[in-house]
Design a protein. Structure first.
Length: 157
């Protein structure tokens, strides 16, 4: 089907047979490792605070690659405007909170040689490895590979 712009509705049609196929890039082992990292991160949070509730929603949505202020607000049962206002009251923007969550999670992933750069990129919600690599370099001033090397580890990426 041809892509059509400026339509009244946005939609994507997928055949049922295609929608039920397992993802070729999915890895049950990687999902289990990710869930363990998230559980450890969540154990450190007070879930009654709006910042922490937002961070939990972000962490849960990151691997989907579609984390946004809209989807997080929906998960928290509030409007985007209310989420924006509540975060502003705490002096934080959604974008900065998303970046901080990613930076905290990457610290946990970097130590584990089971995660490749591609897997870490996916788990942090990046569509491609190059975008993640640029973000990592911006955050820490060096590449993930350099960081792992400096830690004295000999990971194969």
């Amino acid at each position: 089907m041809k892509v059509q712009f400026d339509q009244a509705e946005n939609s994507l049609a997928i055949r049922n047979g295609d929608a039920t196929k397992p993802l070729t890039g999915s890895s049950p082992a990687m999902v289990a490792l990710h869930e363990d990292v998230i559980r450890r991160q969540l154990a450190d949070l007070d879930r009654s605070d709006i910042l922490n509730r937002t961070m939990v929603a972000i962490m849960e949505q990151l691997p989907s690659g579609s984390v946004s202020e809209i989807t997080v607000a929906k998960d928290l049962n509030m409007t985007t405007r209310t989420l924006h206002r509540k975060l502003s009251e705490k002096g934080v923007s959604f974008r900065s909170l998303l970046t901080n969550v990613r930076k905290e999670l990457v610290k946990r992933y970097i130590d584990d040689p089971a995660y490749s750069v591609t897997e870490i990129s996916f788990l942090l919600g990046y569509a491609d490895t190059s975008a993640f690599s640029r973000a990592f370099r911006r955050w820490y001033g060096k590449s993930l590979t350099e960081s792992r090397r400096q830690m004295g580890s000999e990971y194969l990426l």
